[in-house]
Design a protein around this ligand. Structure first.
Ligand code: HEM
Length: 388
């Protein structure tokens, strides 16, 4: 059946549309996206946990076309090899020992910079800068190159969403990937001689079985892309959610130990990444519909996170929800987010430090904000009155 879902409507308020699909058409052809949407949590989990049938390594993958082969466009042994070599800087020990002190200092410095203002847009002033800085630091990209990251990033974002395969958009994505590769060559040579714990340095010094420079750069690209807008958007969604739920915020202030669950619940309720894309390796029948080999499937994470079969009263933001952490906002299965521990630490430190420093912080009623987007979802701006 052809479903009349419009991506424009989905970008504004996806949840009623997704709820309707989940109840009436759990596998739905969305003509506007030319993809199948899967909306039930059990189906989303089954697909993400079956990488033999539902694959990332497809010629139809815009991620592979833009970045080349890296962990999010290969399966099996190659995926294991890439992901295991990239793992060290992202485990809890490295996050706590290396990344967290850097992140804490950067949050404070960013707040110092806007401290004298009455009103600030937390997107450019805090979330965006923090996300770029964190990923660049964890990767080991020298500070002199940080200012170029957002330019490359814009081209990558357009190329990854280029499902119509527009040649100009594609060419810009390829050009930026080449520029990144050229910039990283000398960085890798330098890091081979050092001993720092950053990802590029670890990969450059791995023996035996070192990845080629091209493989290192391609995996660095997916880390760069995977870690910036996702974290920026999650910081904004969590802050926005808490500011919109003063009772929850008051409960957190009374007992900071409930914060981690409140963050998980905000990630369930308003996930920054709304879908994971897979390509069918063979025809499959779902709910009586035959999906052809090569079909593209969008696992709709925001729909799975509000599936009433798993989360009672799913549209309610409830910091006491016992199973809030069962959300799929970091994906599931072999491609589960590499940076989840880092992202969680970054979001939690931001919330603690922002509300710790500005106890009366509130949304600016003159410049309202709300999350937007059907792939990446976040408030385009987040103006707040720092001192109430
Ligand atoms: C709150 C912020 C974040 C969210 C919501 C998020 C979400 C996701 C999701 C949903 C996936 C699964 C993609 C799929 O299966 O198709 C994923 C994978 C991935 N993420 Fe994240 N991510 C976040 C932060 C980060 C950070 C900080 C990094 C690194 C610095 C990162 C790096 C990656 C990588 C490399 C993958 C691919 C893993 C693989 O293919 O095995 N992410 N992320």
């Amino acid at each position: 059946m052809i479903t009349g879902v419009r991506l424009e409507s989905l970008a504004i308020d996806p949840y009623p549309i997704l709820a309707h699909l989940r109840a009436t058409e759990p596998v739905a052809w969305v003509d506007d996206a030319r993809m199948w949407f899967v909306t039930r949590r059990s189906d989303v989990l089954a697909i993400l946990r079956d990488p033999e049938l539902y694959r990332t390594d497809s010629a139809h993958s815009t991620i592979r076309d833009t970045f080349g082969e890296q962990m999010l466009s290969v399966e099996g042994d190659r995926h294991r090899r890439y992901k295991s070599q990239c793992n060290a800087p992202f485990n809890m020990r490295s996050v706590q020992g290396h990344a967290m002190p850097l992140i804490a200092a950067r949050i404070d410095a960013l707040m110092d910079a806007f401290d004298s203002e009455p009103v600030v847009d937390l997107r450019p002033a805090l979330a965006s800068r923090l996300a770029v800085y964190t990923v660049a630091s964890v990767l080991g990209i020298p500070a002199a190159l940080h200012s170029r990251i957002l330019g490359w990033y814009a081209d990558f974002a357009a190329a990854l969403a280029n499902f119509g395969w527009d040649e100009q958009i594609r060419a810009r994505g390829h050009a930026s990937a080449r520029e990144f590769q050229d910039a990283m060559g000398p960085v890798l040579r330098e890091l081979e001689r050092g001993a720092d714990p950053s990802l590029l340095s670890v990969l450059a010094r791995t023996v035996p079985d070192r990845l080629t420079d091209a493989e290192i750069v391609a995996n660095a690209l997916i880390v760069l892309f995977g870690g910036i807008e996702t974290t920026e958007s999650t910081i904004l969604n969590v802050l926005w959610t808490l500011l919109r739920h003063p009772d929850a915020l008051a409960a957190i202030r009374a007992d900071w130990s409930v914060l981690p669950r409140a963050i998980e619940e905000a990630m369930r309720w308003e996930p920054a990444v709304q879908s994971c894309t897979r390509h069918l390796a063979a025809p499959v029948a779902l709910y009586g519909i035959t999906l052809d080999k090569g079909s593209t499937i969008q696992c709709m994470l925001g729909a799975a996170n509000r599936d009433p079969a798993h989360f009672p009263d799913p549209d309610r933001y409830d910091i006491a929800r016992a199973n809030a952490g069962d959300h799929v906002s970091f994906g599931s299965g072999k491609h589960f987010c590499l940076g989840a521990a880092l992202a969680r630490a970054e979001v939690q430190m931001t919330v603690e430090r922002v509300f710790g420093r500005y106890p009366a912080l509130r949304l600016d009623p003159e410049r309202p904000s709300a999350p937007r987007g059907f792939e990446f979802r976040a408030p385009p701006t987040l103006h707040v009155l720092l001192r109430g």
